[in-house]
Design a protein around this ligand. Sequence first.
Ligand SMILES: Cc1cc2nc3c(=O)[nH]c(=O)nc-3n(C[C@H](O)[C@H](O)[C@H](O)COP(=O)(O)O)c2cc1C
Length: 207
Amino acid sequence: MRFDYDQLAPGIGYKLMTATITPRPIAWVSTLGKSGVVNAAPYSFFNAMGHTPPTLALGLLADPDKGYKDTARNILDTGEFVVNLVPESLAEAMNLTCINAPPDVSELDLANLTPAPSTHIRAPRIAESPVSFECVSLSTIVTGPHQTVVIGRILAVHIDDAYVIDGPRGHVDTPALGLIGRMHGAGWYARSTDMFQLDRPVWPPKG
Ligand SMILES: Cc1cc2nc3c(=O)[nH]c(=O)nc-3n(C[C@H](O)[C@H](O)[C@H](O)COP(=O)(O)O)c2cc1C
């Protein structure tokens, strides 16, 4: 079956994307509002985009009531954000922070989470997360009414010592992190435990 996006209701188009582009890593984004309130919310339209300079991208959809979501508003206003990653042990806390709270309410307080100071930017990290990327906005593309793609430049990554195998060589215990990904439907998530390995081919191919 073919679905042409110019003939689809937006909600159906969204479902077709989120049911198939899976699993998606989750950026648990912490930002600072102009008034000083710490905002946190999960975003699974997210991935790494490059390493020289180190970049990542976020897709921030429009909010039917507010226009820009608080995360988008804060990034547009301050140019700063932190992407925290989500292990299974923090899944429920992460889910709590997707509540559509007004801008003057900190989702970190609602979910009993602790802000930790960043080193390069004013937006704080989420202390409970094992991996946090401090970012500044390199480019913001408004892709639709109140819908934005943010390309972030990573200034620093904090990784809990418990998961660093060899810092100077950049070796991290990825399986031990137990990070989760977003799947399809209303609330399906994936664990990153069911893995297999493939060797990368080099030219000329063998046999
Ligand atoms: C796992 C998960 C992933 C989500 N991914 C996105 C996303 O990629 N883009 C988006 O606009 N909203 C996404 N949402 C919804 C936002 O988290 C939600 O709208 C939230 O209220 C936004 O908060 P804010 O206004 O404080 O930024 C996601 C929610 C969950 C639970």
